[in-house]
Design a protein around this ligand. Structure first.
Ligand code: NDP
Ligand code: 2IT
Length: 443
C-alpha cells in the first residue's frame, strides 16, 4: 500500500459517516499521487496526515426564540482547516442538511481553492443546520445574533474571515456583522460579502458566477471554441446560478434552464433573468413561479434538469447533484463542457464518465474560486480603508480566473494529464500549501 492509500484508509477509518468529506479527500489525494511519489520528504513529515485533520473544529449550541415565543435550538460549526498560507477563509452555510462531515468537506476543498487564487488565504468553513426558508426577517436575525454570540471569539480580520454560502447572503451577513461589532467594538473586515455601505466590495455579489463563466471561457478558448451561440443549462437559482446566467448571456450564450430544490424550468426562448431576480432576490419565492410569469417556459417538478439538451452544463446548486445517470444523459445529448459553480456537485464516477467521454470538466475548486478571490479583494480594500470601482474589481477577478485556468492547465500537462483540470487544480492548489507547511515546521 502506498503512502496516499495508507492516509486514505486512515481518513476512512477515523471519519465514519462523513461520506462527503471522504469523497473530497479521495479525489484530492488520488490526484496528488505523482507529486507525492516525486517528493518523499512529504511523507517524512506526515504532511498528508496533517493536511487531512483540521487545525481546529468549533461546535456550539445556537438557541434562539421564534416569532411565536418558542425556543429553537440549532448546532453551529466552524472548521478552521488550514492556516499555512493565510488566515482561515471560507463561507457559512445555513441549510438543514448541514452536519460536521459537510462542513469538513467544504473546508478541505477551500484549502486548495484559496491557494489557487494566488491570494494569502487559508481554508475554513462553517454553518448550521438552521433552515432560513420560511423564516421571518426577525427570526433570521435572532438566529444570526445567537450564532455570532459564540462565533465571535473564534474569528477576526487577521485570524478567520467567514462569508456567505448556501442560505447566507447580504441579509444574513448584515445581521452577523452588526452582532460582531456590538460584541467586540471592532469595525474590521471580519466578514466578506458585506453591504456596500459598510465595507462591502463592488462585484462580490456577482463574483462567483462571473468567475465561473470567465473560467469556462478560458477552457473553451483552449479548444478554440467560444460561449457565443451555445445552449447552456444551469442548476440552482441562487447567488451563483443567477450571476453565471447573467455573464453567459452577456457573452452571447443562451441559458434555457434553471432549478431549485423543488423542480426546474425550461424556457425555449432563453431565461429572462429579470424575472428570476425578482422571484429569488426580492420575493424569496420558488422557481415554479417563473413559468407562471413567462409563458414560453414549462415547469417540471423534481430532478431531471440534466436531461435538457445543451452544449454546456453548469451545476450551481449543491454537492452530488450531478450523478452517473445525469452524466450519461448529458453525454448522450452532446454536452461538451461541464464547469462546477457549486462545491463538489459532480460525483466521482460521474466526473470520470464525463472525462472519459470527451467532456471538458472544470472542478469547483478552480472554476468557482472567483467568489472567495473577490472576498480576499474585499479584505484588501478593508485593510487599506478604501474602495475600488466595479470595473477595477471585475478586472482583477477576470485576471485571477485566467491565472487559475493557466496554472491548472499547466500543472496537468507537466504531470502528463493534459486537459485534466481535476488533477491540475489539485496539484496546483496543493503545491503552495505544501511548500508553506514544509517551511513552517511540524505544526
Ligand atoms: P444560494 O443559497 O444562493 O442558492 C442555492 C441554490 O441551490 C438554490 O437555488 C437552492 O434551492 C439550490 N439548492 C441548495 N441545496 C439544494 C439541494 N439540497 N437540492 C437541490 N437544490 C438545492 O447559494 P449559492 O448560490 O451561494 O451556492 C450554490 C453553490 O455554490 C453551493 O454549493 C456553494 O457552496 C457554492 N459556492 C458559493 C459561493 C458564493 O460565493 N456564494 C462561492 C463558491 C461556491 P432552494 O432555494 O430550493 O434550496
Ligand atoms: O465556497 C466558497 O468559496 C464560498 N462560499 C465563498 C467563500 C468566501 O469566503 O467568500
Amino acid at each position: 500500500m502506498d503512502y496516499v492509500e495508507r492516509v486514505l484508509q486512515t481518513v476512512k477509518e477515523k471519519n465514519p459517516a462523513q461520506d462527503e468529506f471522504i469523497q473530497a479527500v479521495t479525489e484530492v489525494l488520488n490526484s496528488l499521487r505523482p507529486v507525492i511519489e516525486a517528493n518523499p520528504q512529504f511523507e517524512k513529515v506526515a504532511l498528508l496526515e496533517r493536511l487531512t485533520i483540521p487545525e481546529r473544529i468549533v461546535t456550539f449550541r445556537v438557541p434562539w426564540v421564534d416569532d411565536k415565543g418558542n425556543v429553537q435550538v440549532n448546532t453551529g460549526y466552524r472548521v478552521q482547516f488550514n492556516s499555512a498560507i493565510g488566515p482561515y477563509k471560507g463561507g457559512l452555510r445555513l441549510h438543514p442538511s448541514v452536519n460536521l462531515g459537510i462542513i469538513k468537506f467544504l473546508g478541505f476543498e477551500q484549502i486548495f481553492k484559496n491557494s489557487l487564487t494566488g491570494l494569502p488565504i487559508g481554508g475554513g468553513k462553517g454553518g448550521s443546520d438552521f433552515d432560513p426558508k420560511g423564516k421571518s426577517d426577525n427570526e433570521v436575525m435572532a438566529f444570526c445574533q445567537s450564532f455570532m454570540t459564540e462565533l465571535y471569539r473564534h474569528i477576526g480580520a487577521d485570524t478567520d474571515v467567514p462569508a456567505g454560502d448556501i442560505g447566507v447572503g447580504a441579509r444574513e451577513i448584515g445581521f452577523l456583522y452588526g452582532q460582531y461589532k456590538r460584541l467586540t467594538g471592532l469595525y474590521e473586515g471580519v466578514l466578506t460579502g458585506k453591504g456596500l455601505t459598510y465595507g462591502g466590495s463592488l462585484a462580490r455579489k456577482e463574483a462567483t458566477g462571473y468567475g465561473l463563466v470567465y473560467f469556462l471561457d478560458e477552457m473553451m478558448k483552449a479548444k478554440k471554441d467560444k460561449i457565443k451561440g451555445k445552449t447552456v443549462v444551469i442548476s440552482g437559482s441562487g447567488n451563483v446560478a443567477i450571476y453565471a446566467c447573467e455573464k453567459v448571456q452577456a457573452l452571447g450564450g443562451k441559458v434555457v434552464a434553471l432549478s431549485d430544490s423543488n423542480g426546474w424550468v425550461y424556457d425555449k426562448d432563453g431565461i429572462n433573468l429579470d424575472v428570476v431576480k425578482d422571484i429569488k432576490e426580492v420575493k424569496r419565492g420558488r422557481i415554479k413561479e417563473y413559468a407562471e410569469v413567462c409563458k414560453s417556459a414549462e415547469y417540471h417538478e423534481g430532478k431531471g434538469i440534466w436531461t435538457v439538451k445543451c452544449d454546456v452544463a453548469l451545476p450551481c446548486a449543491t454537492q452530488n447533484e450531478l450523478l452517473i445517470d445525469d452524466a450519461k444523459a448529458l453525454v448522450a445529448n452532446g454536452c461538451k463542457y461541464v464547469a462546477e459553480g457549486a462545491n463538489m456537485p459532480t460525483s466521482l464516477d460521474a466526473t470520470e464518465y464525463l472525462q472519459e467521454n470527451g467532456v471538458a470538466f472544470a472542478p469547483g475548486k478552480a472554476s468557482n474560486a472567483g467568489g472567495v478571490a473577490t472576498s480576499a479583494l474585499e479584505m484588501s480594500q478593508n485593510s487599506m480603508r478604501l474602495a475600488w470601482t466595479f470595473e477595477e474589481v471585475d478586472e482583477k477577478l477576470h485576471n485571477i480566473m485566467i491565472g487559475i485556468h493557466k496554472s491548472a492547465y499547466d500543472y496537468a500537462k507537466e504531470y502528463g494529464f493534459e486537459g485534466n483540470y481535476v488533477v491540475g487544480a489539485n496539484i496546483a492548489g496543493f503545491m503552495k500549501v505544501a511548500d508553506a507547511m514544509m517551511a513552517q515546521g511540524v505544526v
